[in-house]
Ligand binder design. Structure first.
Ligand SMILES: NC(=O)CC[C@H](N)C(=O)O
Length: 390
């Protein structure tokens, strides 16, 4: 614990809907925020996590105790703003150092109007969430000079209780772009930064349900130009763009109420155009194929989750961020399990047996996390190649 921090930052309160209260220091914007409190076990990558649109209406607690020591930069962003509803950490180092650093984590949170709390026992909080399941919470970040009172604590508990449940929430259309745009940026390289795809072989249409930029970069890197379309784009409009492949992005909220996407994807898969889905995209492909999804107890959020490829036997360490999963008992005959989580045996990958369509629950684009399972992007490219040459 860096004792000097306590005086430098005003107090903050974290209240859970079940009445559990933590007191710490406000390291972000002053004010109140509510959301589903989830824990993420990644040791680094807090900027990518904060900007991941899939964290919309979720407050993230990082289990790694020391967060902020490399500051933030202009490159490690998965969207153009912070999407997480709030941040909870143990210890904020007072010195941030990195050759790309443009600001400290605290400055970034303030600029992004994000409420955040430090100096709480994140191990205790995580054990609580693991035992009782993810639940709603509220962070109250006080202004300099304000003090914690019982009335403020009661206000935070009431706000946590009043926050909407994640089950049944359609957030994909909330975070999605409103206008179609073109994407050609490729992966980041030390010394060169991000590249540009100037000789594309394929045209991919990507549904933006809350897409992470690194997914688009990894698809572009493999020879594609990408047209990113809003979540509610009808299948007919996608077909007019004459795609060689269709991509279904990650995104926040419950997949089940996304009926517009489920029906469009059902139609698109039938055309035989290669289709690849990640996370929410995986869940939507499963729903479009007739399977069911369910809410997990506390989900998977981290960068060290072992996943087994059932075809090759190969185990990959993967990046994960989901609170819902596909029910393996609900799979129709034409949907085959391809990957499972070695943490809890839940479904991680699926492939259609009758169409060139497959999907993955975790994050092959990492950002943050390991790249063990980036071969899924190569699989998508290979399907497009085959389809183009057929
Ligand atoms: N990262 C994602 O796409 C998350 C999918 C979905 N919102 C879930 O929590 O399961």
């Amino acid at each position: 614990m860096l004792l000097s921090l306590k005086g430098a930052f005003p107090p903050a309160i974290l209240a859970l809907a079940d009445g559990t209260v933590f007191q710490g220091n406000s390291i972000g914007a002053a004010g109140a925020t509510t959301g589903e409190v989830v824990f993420n076990t990644s040791m680094s990558g807090y900027q990518e996590i904060l900007t991941d649109p899939s964290y919309c209406q979720q407050i993230v607690t990082l289990t790694y105790p020391h967060i902020g020591n490399y500051g933030v930069n202009l490159e490690d962003i998965e969207a153009d703003k912070i999407h997480a509803a709030g941040l909870i950490i143990k210890d904020l180092p007072l010195v941030a150092s990195n050759f790309r650093k443009t600001a400290t984590l605290s400055e970034y949170l303030v600029a992004g109007k994000t409420v955040a709390i430090a100096n709480i026992d994140t191990r205790k909080l995580t054990r609580h969430l693991r035992t009782h399941g993810a639940q709603n919470g509220c962070i109250l970040g006080l202004a300099q000079g304000e003090t914690v009172t019982q009335a403020l604590i009661d206000k935070a508990i009431a706000a946590a209780k009043a926050a909407p449940s994640m089950s049944g929430l359609d957030l994909a259309k909330v975070v999605s772009v409103k206008q179609t745009y073109e994407w050609n940026q490729t992966e980041w390289k030390l010394g060169a930064g991000y590249g540009v795809q100037i000789t594309p072989k394929f045209h991919v249409v990507a549904y933006d349900f809350g897409v992470k930029k690194n997914i688009l970069r990894m698809i572009a890197q493999r020879g594609a130009r990408i047209t990113v379309v809003p979540a509610q784009t009808p299948a007919a409009d996608v077909l007019k763009l004459k795609p060689d492949g269709i991509f279904l992005a990650n995104g926040p909220g419950d997949p089940e109420p996304c009926d517009y996407a489920i029906s469009a994807v059902k139609e698109l898969i039938e055309t035989g155009i290669p289709t690849f889905g990640i996370c929410l995209g995986h869940q939507i492909m499963a729903l479009a194929s007739g399977a069911k999804t369910f809410k997990m107890k506390f989900g998977h959020h981290g960068a060290n989750h072992p996943v087994k490829d059932l075809d090759s036997g190969r185990v990959s360490i993967t990046s994960q961020n989901h609170g819902f999963a596909v029910d393996e008992k609900s799979l129709p005959a034409n949907l085959r399990p391809t990957h499972i989580s070695l943490f809890d045996n839940t479904l991680q990958g699926l492939a259609r047996t009758d169409k060139p369509a497959f999907c993955f629950q975790g994050h092959p684009e990492a950002s943050p996390g390991p790249h063990d399972i980036s071969y899924l992007f190569d699989r998508f490219t290979a399907l497009m190649e085959k389809h183009k040459n057929a």
